[in-house]
Write a protein that binds this ligand. Structure first.
Ligand code: SF4
Length: 348
């Protein structure tokens, strides 16, 4: 089983920017950076971001020396911004506390900011070739099908983990096996229309025998996402510049730049009211457009309101705001939601 998968991987692995060339040891910095970027994000999306980060910060020490604003600006558009804040903290911890060298065990890696059990296992096995079971969505799918596990996710996670560890036990090349397992799920045992004819495990696969591969893994039906409402303000100075400010806190979009907004709440009626500080000082008007964005736990609808040359500095939270031109948005960490709003307003 292991030899068949490794043999298949040797012949068919994709060339990926973070993957070491044949016969070379992977760079732990590259493995770590790619694993953080690939959480909840596709290989296609991550590719250009990975290249950009490596060009800007070729070593973990260089990344540690950057400011958080620079890192957030480079990360803008990749989403899940807590990852970027933790990435920066982790680079600083590796540089300052570990002499710039990543720990080579799961336990050691788990001590670092932003590294959970999956990421620790993936880095330990891929970068340091130590036995560790990293179960991502691809591995979950392959194992569910191979053993024809009917119990739906997430309840089946423990069984899947145990079965994955069983398949990896005693493997001669732990790092390659981890990558091969994921690669099989990503390229052959795909969510729809798995290419079972090309699979190195086809002769032993229970789901293939039963003919129900595409139905697995089963998942519990998800509850409908709630919708939150609010307003976003396009405040221009009449000279082609508009106002942005840094969002406070460590929560959603914390540390990123944004157009001023109201709170995002589920009560649509309450969200329709214009809060007093904006009403009194900025006196904005509705544009008649809304920006919609889907986040992991809720969908968001923000009405766009505009005003010219407002006294924004008198609104609490906007004292530190800055005026920028549209062509400079790349210099600021603006999430996709805000870029969408700017796209609707630029040129007003
Ligand atoms: S035989 Fe088909 S269903 Fe089974 S592991 Fe391979 S690709 Fe997946």
């Amino acid at each position: 089983m292991q030899d068949r998968l490794l043999g298949w991987f040797d012949r068919h692995q994709r060339v990926l920017p973070w993957r070491a060339r044949k016969g070379r040891r992977p760079d732990p910095y590259h493995v770590w950076l790619s694993e953080i970027m690939l959480q909840q994000t596709t290989v296609v999306t991550v590719g250009p971001y990975f290249e950009k980060f490596l060009k800007k910060w070729p070593s973990v020490q260089k990344l540690a020396a950057a400011s958080q604003d620079e890192v957030l600006a480079a990360w803008a558009g990749l989403g899940y911004y807590a990852r970027a804040r933790n990435l920066h903290k982790c680079a600083q911890a590796v540089t300052n506390d570990y002499g710039g060298v990543f720990p080579d065990t799961e336990e050691g890696l788990l001590e670092l900011p932003g590294i959970g059990p999956y990421t620790a296992a993936a880095i330990a096995s891929i970068a340091f070739d130590v036995p560790a079971t990293a179960v991502d969505g691809n591995v979950e799918r392959v194992v569910s099908r191979f053993f024809s596990i009917e119990e739906p996710l997430p309840a089946s996670k423990k069984t899947i983990r145990e079965k994955a560890a069983q398949l990896a036990k005693g493997v001669s090349r732990p790092g390659d096996f981890t990558q091969a397992f994921m690669e099989l799920g990503a390229t052959v045992c795909t969510p729809r229309k798995p290419k079972c004819g090309l699979c190195p495990w086809k002769d032993d696969c229970a789901a293939r025998r039963k003919g129900n591969a595409e139905e697995l893994p089963r998942k519990l039906a998800k509850a409908a996402k709630p919708v939150r409402y609010g307003k976003v303000f396009w405040l221009s100075d009449g000279k082609g510049r508009f106002l942005i400010h840094k969002r406070a806190g460590q929560g959603l979009y914390g540390g990123m730049y944004q157009l001023p907004t109201t709170e995002w709440i589920t009560d649509r009626k309450a969200a329709a009211k214009l809060p007093a500080p904006f009403q009194e000082t900025i006196k904005p008007c509705p544009l008649g457009e809304s920006v919609r964005h889907s986040l992991t736990h809720f969908d968001l609808v923000l009405e766009i309101w505009t005003a010219k040359a407002p006294r924004a500095g008198t609104v609490k939270g906007l004292e530190e705001a800055c005026w920028i031109h549209s062509e400079n948005i790349g210099d600021y960490g603006l999430p996709t939601l805000m870029r969408k709003a700017i796209g609707l307003c630029a040129g007003l």
